[in-house]
Design a protein around this ligand. Structure first.
Ligand SMILES: [Zn+2]
Length: 160
């Protein structure tokens, strides 16, 4: 569905965010309005069992506050989530006898983000679990790599 390209007032944007929060399943879970199998919780975040797990013990870790995507999440909250994900990895390795853990963030619809609430997938990995997140593309030449690195560094310097 395409939205008409109109300029929204700040007030309208706030109103829409509020509406989004009211309809957001993860906000409702955070407020205990919808039940979930909570594994961990503190003031900032919550980790629950995914109801359609990729593997046994698949967790969803998310901030209690509503942020749609990673760029909107404050740095200190991102840092906290990262630290908690480390402990969840240890938990899964210990309690589930997971061999390793994949941590996946789908940042935006094109990246496969389905929820309107920023979250991290913490997925325990087992031998022959059938999951394949192959990230191997076509190898670039030295020149292609150098051009790309220069392009990105130049962009970073522009932003400073
Ligand atoms: Zn939400």
């Amino acid at each position: 569905m395409t939205q008409p390209q109109t300029q929204l007032s700040e007030e309208e944007i706030k109103k829409r965010i509020e509406m989004m929060k009211e309809q957001c399943i993860f906000c409702k879970i955070a407020k205990k309005e919808i039940p979930a199998k909570v594994v961990f919780e503190d003031d900032v975040c919550m980790a629950i069992l995914d109801i359609q797990p990729a593997t046994n013990g698949h967790l969803l870790l998310f901030p209690k506050e509503h942020y749609m995507m990673m760029p909107m999440v404050p740095d200190e909250v991102l840092g906290h989530l990262s630290v908690i994900s480390k402990y969840l990895c240890e938990l899964l390795e210990d309690a589930m006898k997971a061999k390793d853990v994949s941590i996946i963030i789908a940042n935006g619809a094109a990246a496969g983000q389905q929820a309107q609430h920023y979250l991290m997938h913490v997925i325990p990995r087992y031998d022959n679990d059938g999951l394949n997140f192959s990230l191997d593309g076509t190898a670039l030449s030295e020149n292609e790599l150098e051009d790309l690195a220069q392009q990105l560094r130049a962009r970073l310097q522009q932003g400073q």
